[in-house]
Design a protein around this ligand. Structure first.
Ligand code: SAH
Length: 352
């Protein structure tokens, strides 16, 4: 097995180069080439002896990503990338520009197992987890392509980060490393559909990142219907895990709520949400649901959206309506990968 060199931390690299009979400072050089200069080939590591570069090539690999498609929004400059991975799978990454800097929305799996009814990512099925190197690759490739820095990261692309826990954690450690890109945990958000035991595991890490929880319903009946994960971890147990998370990390939790017309957007739903979140250190992000063909859900109208928000703020719950970016390029995740998959499969003629 060739080693995935970009996924290794400095300690592991040090052990590796020592095993190869090289001095340990070589590890630091390799790490810097990969995570600061962000090269794509061992041959570019010009201050390493040629024999070491050869060894790296022979025993290691880099899991580079290739840009297959790039869509730029004419409305707000949001950029959406479709990347291909070395094994021919696809993932999507979205670069958004805000006043406080550039944010990157990353994928952490090829597809998703969670099955949320309104989500495009899940429709094309789950293939595999992304490696830490492939998550880093999304960040580095976008930086290279735009020639601009990335200030904030959100793990809100394709996949469920807490279902790829070890790789995501390792990615976080690498991307926040002082010897790498050095992004602060306070500039990182991680979004989950609510895997309770993993929320507890993450709490133990006590990282200063923002945990986003995809709630999308304020009663179990509705949540069961739109998010299958709720059968396993219903609202009460999810919210208790969130309380434990806040207790441990002292971080405010961000609850995501996509308003779906006639499903979860009534006055009654808003009141129930206010009751659920009463007294919690939290923030609610309201989003009109993005239309996904197979799901058939419609977004709530503006009036309903703002009426829903008012119920929450009247009950002293901090709630904002999230600005939609990249509307003209279908920036919500999952859709490009699905198209690409369909095209290749049709091309292969296997009647997908
Ligand atoms: N699996 C994680 C992260 C990926 S999804 C999670 O569930 O949180 C990122 C966010 O987009 C989640 O809040 C998800 O519920 C939301 N989302 C998915 N499909 C959507 C759609 N069609 N419209 C609006 N939000 C959607």
């Amino acid at each position: 097995m060739r080693k995935d060199i970009r996924s290794m931390d400095l300690e592991e690299l040090t052990t590796l180069v020592k095993e190869w009979g090289e001095p340990s400072f070589r590890a630091k050089q390799i790490f810097s080439w990969l995570h600061q200069k962000r090269v794509l080939d061992f041959d570019e590591m010009s201050d390493l002896p040629i024999t070491l570069r050869e060894k790296l090539r022979e025993k290691g690999k880099l899991q580079n990503l290739t840009i297959e498609k790039k869509l730029v929004s004419a409305l707000d400059g949001t950029i959406k990338y479709l990347f291909s991975l070395p094994d021919g799978e696809y993932v999507e990454t979205v670069r958004m520009r805000y006043e406080h800097g550039n944010s990157l929305c990353l994928s952490c799996q090829v597809g998703c197992k969670m099955g949320c009814r309104f989500c495009a990512s899940t429709k094309a099925g789950y293939q595999r987890d992304l490696l830490p190197s492939e998550m880093l690759g999304q960040v580095y490739e976008v930086m290279r392509n735009t020639k601009e820095p990335i200030h904030n990261l959100v793990l809100m692309g394709i996949g469920e980060p807490l279902d790829n826990y070890q790789n995501v954690l390792r990615f976080l450690k690498l991307v926040t490393s002082k010897d790498g890109l050095n992004i602060g945990y306070r500039h990182i958000s991680l979004s989950t559909c609510g895997l309770v035991p993993m929320i507890d595991a993450l709490a133990k890490e006590n990282l200063q990142l923002t945990l986003s929880v995809s709630l999308h319903a304020s009663d179990n009946e509705t949540r069961d219907e739109i998010m299958p994960v709720n059968h396993r971890y219903p609202l009460e147990s999810l919210l208790q895990a969130c309380d434990r998370y806040t207790e441990k990390t002292h971080r405010r939790i961000s609850y995501e709520y996509a308003l779906i017309r006639g499903v979860n957007d009534s006055e009654k739903n808003a009141l129930a949400l206010a009751k659920l979140l009463r007294g919690k250190l939290c923030h609610v992000n309201l989003i009109p649901v993005n239309y996904v063909r197979e799901a058939g859900y419609q977004k709530s109208g503006k009036q309903r959206l703002y009426a829903f928000q008012k119920v929450l703020t009247d009950h002293h719950i901090n709630a904002t309506v999230r600005r939609t970016l990249g509307a003209d390029i279908n920036a919500a995740c999952g859709q490009l990968r699905r198209e690409a998959d369909t095209q290749t499969n049709e091309h292969r003629g296997d009647g997908f």
